[in-house]
Write a protein that binds this ligand. Sequence first.
Ligand code: NAD
Length: 493
Amino acid sequence: MTPSTPTVAADPTRLLPNFIGGEWVSSRGTDALEVKDPGTGRVLGQVPLSTPDDVNDAVEAAREAFPGWRATPAVERARVLFRLKALLEDNLEELGRSLSREHGKNLKECIGEVRRGIENVEHACGVPTLMMGDTLEDVASGVDCQTMRQPLGVFAGITPYNFPVMIPLWFWPYAVATGNTFILKPSEQDPLTHHRVVELALEAGLPPGVLNVVHGDKTVSEAILVHPHIQGVSFVGSSSIARLVYTRAAATGKRVQALGGAKNHMIVLPDADLDLSSDAIINSVYGSAGQRCLAGSQVVGVGSAYEEIRDRVVERAGKLKVGYGLDPETFMGPVVSQTHRERVEGFIDAGEKEGAQLLLDGRGYQVEGYPDGHWVGPTVFEGVAPEMSVGREEIFGPVAGMTRADSVEDAIELMHRVEYGNATSIFTTSGRAAREFRYHAGISMIGINIGVAAPMAFFPFGGSRASFYGDLRAQGKDAISFFTDERVVISRW
Ligand code: NAD
């Protein structure tokens, strides 16, 4: 295997290069993993397992680039991002197709993901305004006080497989817009499409060393977490690793934002519009085959809403078109890998053993013409309790657990017996009930008659409880605060 010239075309023998100091370079590692199309099992490329020395090289390049980039006026830094935005728009379809092939979700979802990523680039383009400080004259007689935001140096990001284009764009555009330099470790499961994004960033004029990419697995992450010259780490992934990243990176004095897993509850009240609610629930639970941190997982019908919403979910889930992501008819693609398929099916086995009733069983699912795809069909359980693994743990697959509650208070209590706190939704036509829910839910991202409580780039993104470790979230104003230090200057002349 030799490192390739960059291109997004699939080539099973192509070993992805790292990107360090503005050059495509070979990893020093000798091992590699295959990147596979989850719908066909076909090998699309190879991702190197880089070493701590590769991380050192990237940190050196990023440190070298920092003074010049920091001194580049904010408007000029923003112009690079304006050009990147235009290039991403021009390549939207190509990026979407590449993403669908390596992740499995349908083309519409993939284009939607790229678009959400672009919105973060757009938001970061506002850096000359976003980075401004405050001033107050005469804080004492003849003494003025001002704050200014300054970049800190080298930041790093470690990102998951489920949004391999958008999630890196939650971080590095803000880091570089504010004058820092950055090292990204993408997910080793589907790194190909973001590789193309980096090519476009280079074309947009991002100077050498400002953005660096080191491919690999946890060896690369660990080298990042302990590196003395990295100022902060942005992580997105499962909760157990988020907790570990938070602890380890904080122990070496870094800033950390670590976004973890989820078990999102969707609560349907008897006065809800059931057409709207069932549409939203189906899209939330089964979109992207359930592999979203905002996916609905537990559906709680309150009182008389229960039977009706259960029957609608079962009926509609059973008719969903499961297939290859690039097939225009496909609603739901495969899950990312055979290992993940086995994990999801393992949860379904456990749910049955623990006493939940299976109303729709997606195990052993096959799609004609795709014998090697990692298929899991839409699945529905009823009688799911928070004590069961299917009621408590993140499945990250197309599985809905249905539960009845007697009141909104009982539904909230059920939700609080689960350790996660990423997102929740309520379906109701009562403003008062919605307001009460918002007040007491204790969850960070709340949907009211919305199935996927996804805030936009200009609002913060991140959960609470076991879904988030840190203080400042991704996106929004938090991103600017995370990547800058607010310095206070007090002066008398
Ligand atoms: P993961 O935790 O397996 O991996 C995430 C990243 O961490 C990858 O880059 C991986 O290489 C790296 N990693 C793996 N082991 C590590 C270790 N021991 N130390 C340090 N780094 C390590 O997650 P995944 O399977 O790629 O993604 C799915 C998970 O991400 C789900 O739990 C999902 O809920 C979560 N997620 C959360 C959000 C959010 O906003 N809260 C968004 C998307 C995904």
